[in-house]
Design a binder for this molecule. Sequence first.
Ligand SMILES: *[C@@H]1O[C@H](CO)[C@@H](O)[C@H](O)[C@H]1NC(C)=O
Ligand SMILES: *[C@@H]1O[C@H](CO)[C@@H](O)[C@H](O)[C@H]1NC(C)=O
Length: 378
Amino acid sequence: MLTCRRAIGAAVVFIIMLFLVTHSHSHEPTIKHLILKHGSLGNDANTADKPLKVELTPTGGGSARMGGGKSVQKPLVDMKRAPLREKLAYQFPYDLESKFPAYIWQTWKHTPASKDFGELLRPAEASWSEKHPGFIHEVITDQVAVHLLRHLYASVPEVLQAYHALPLPVLKADFFRYLILLARGGIYSDIDTHALKSAIDWLPESVPKDKIGLVIGIEADPDRDDWAQWYSRRIQFCQWTIQSKPGHPVLLEVVANITLETLKQLESGKLDAFRTKTGGVIEFTGPAVWTDVIFDYINDPRYFDMATGKGNITWREFTGMNSPKRIGDVVVLPITSFSPGVGQMGAKDYNDPMAFVKHEFEGTWKPENERHIKPKKR
Ligand SMILES: *[C@@H]1O[C@H](CO)[C@@H](O)[C@H](O)[C@H]1NC(C)=O
Ligand SMILES: *[C@@H]1O[C@H](CO)[C@@H](O)[C@H](O)[C@H]1NC(C)=O
């Protein structure tokens, strides 16, 4: 027990040191309030080869909700009483022009050094290191996660309270990916997911990386009338693999959403009832809320100049895509990229040049049916 504790302690200290070394940035907010214009979306080929006309217009004051920019002159503001979203924006400023951090984050019950890690998972875990030399690759255990989050979110105690209150491991695992990416950025990928292609090659050459802050894939694009029987959304973005820069507004919003919803349910005593409810995970922390938050963001006039667009962006813009599509600072990869080999919904096979990761849906080690509604033919 003692040695186990000591090992965890050492791991935490190591990770924290790593951050201090690699992230010795001051807390001077570098938030840039950007209006990302999207014009007409055009077709796949158009957006991939000839990126959308996206103008980035820094607008001094910023809006009230994302007002981190306002504190430039006053770096020592007391944020304790600020609304949650403002606190998060202050703590984790988004710098669009920064590089994608070279981190790979995964979580699992055991460290890769443990004999209990799981033989089936080893090749998947190893594939990330092999494909990403020079990246820092961390498999964070549940115990280490607690310490790490306490360090990263010390000044936003609501988030920690919500994390601890979540009643199921799967909810915590979902929440953790958003929390680590908001705070540190990089790639998050589920432990049962193989890297097929280095993230260096995920985006087409033509896409300027200093104008992209979030890379996501499609989990489901069920083009059938009865889609609602199988999926929670007509287009469902996946959250088993995500790449982002720290502070991305989508991550900020999903963290704020889950924190506020959790605390609300905690207060009303409904959180315990959650244990017995099925399907709730998808809406609460899973792909449904993730998808909703992304659509809200790309339709948000605070970030996007809607005047030049043709109305709201909906699932129609992403159905049947064969190449990446860029909307402002978000790149949506086609279904083949993160869900190859599923044999449906237009997904191509693992050897397709657009296949980037292989997610093991059939793993028996996590309640997959809690996470995704399964399509009929599988
Ligand atoms: C969280 O997102 C859902 C959409 O999935 C929305 O209905 C809900 O109101 C949001 N909650 C908060 C507190 O923002
Ligand atoms: C567009 O989306 C926004 C945000 O989701 C929503 O408030 C608005 O009502 C939508 N407008 C239309 C025309 O559907």
